[in-house]
Design a protein around this ligand. Structure first.
Ligand SMILES: *Cc1c(COP(=O)(O)O)cnc(C)c1O
Length: 234
């Protein structure tokens, strides 16, 4: 996609985020736009960074490493969030990238343990989100809401993880009321854990189809791919 189109898409989304934030009594700066750049080129990432996008999301470790190397060769350092299902044997590659700033998709105890171990080896503390399968969708990873409190209490002992909040990926749905119901459920869980275990600051929910609803319901991070870059070509 050319730079003009990227700019136009970015400005449209930025404005929609601002309005949705206002509807929820917040400001534009309270919401982070994570550009999900999977399948997109380093040139597009570079253009969006120049427009002011702060951080980018990828869901495959190898693709992330390739783009990061390309961009670093041009002296561009991106703040990355990992957003996909993470295999334990790939964690070591992520944890040696200093500019991998967050893992949004911690979805099992064994993964949390491995991330902690590799973070410790690299002498760092990695911010993470717990992925919750709030819709109990069989096709999605994530901890069930009813197990979230136990899971949180089990992984809080890992000193090289900084648990910042929750993330969810909803199934593709057309029905606004159902989407809203799931976002509300996740926000309630977020508030409950925040009050009872440890203060949480990040709630990552909402993608191209539903980010405005997610913001109205309390999202602090929206992960947007297609609305920015156009349809993905695999
Ligand atoms: C691809 C992806 C997104 C972005 O989805 P769009 O519908 O393109 O906005 C967000 N989150 C995750 C985890 C993804 O894999």
């Amino acid at each position: 996609m050319n730079e003009e189109n990227l700019r136009a898409n970015y400005q449209k989304i930025d404005e929609k985020i601002r309005k949705a934030a206002e509807r929820s009594g917040r400001k534009r700066e309270d919401i982070k736009l994570l550009a999900v750049s999977k399948t997109q080129s380093s040139a597009e990432i570079k253009a969006l960074k120049e427009l002011g996008v702060c951080c980018f999301g990828e869901n495959r470790v190898q693709e992330l490493e390739e783009k990061d190397a390309e961009l670093k060769s041009e002296d561009i350092v991106i703040d990355w969030h990992f957003v996909g299902h993470l295999q334990r044997n790939k964690v070591k590659y992520l944890m040696r990238m200093e500019n991998c700033k967050m893992i949004e998709s911690v979805d099992s105890f064994r993964l949390a343990k491995e991330v902690n171990k590799r973070a410790r080896k690299n002498d760092r503390i990695i911010p993470v989100l717990i992925q919750i399968n709030i819709a109990e969708d069989d096709n999605k990873y994530g901890i069930k809401a009813e197990n979230a409190e136990d899971f949180f209490k089990k992984i809080i002992k890992f000193k090289n993880l900084e648990i910042k909040g929750l993330m969810t990926i909803l199934p593709y749905l057309d029905d606004e009321e159902t989407l809203r119901k799931y976002f509300k459920e996740l926000k309630n869980l977020f508030d409950y854990l925040s009050e009872n275990i440890k203060v949480l600051t990040e709630l990552s929910m909402g993608m191209t189809n539903d980010y405005q609803i997610a913001i109205e319901e309390g999202a602090t991070i929206v992960r947007i791919g297609r609305a920015l870059f156009g349809e993905r070509e695999y």
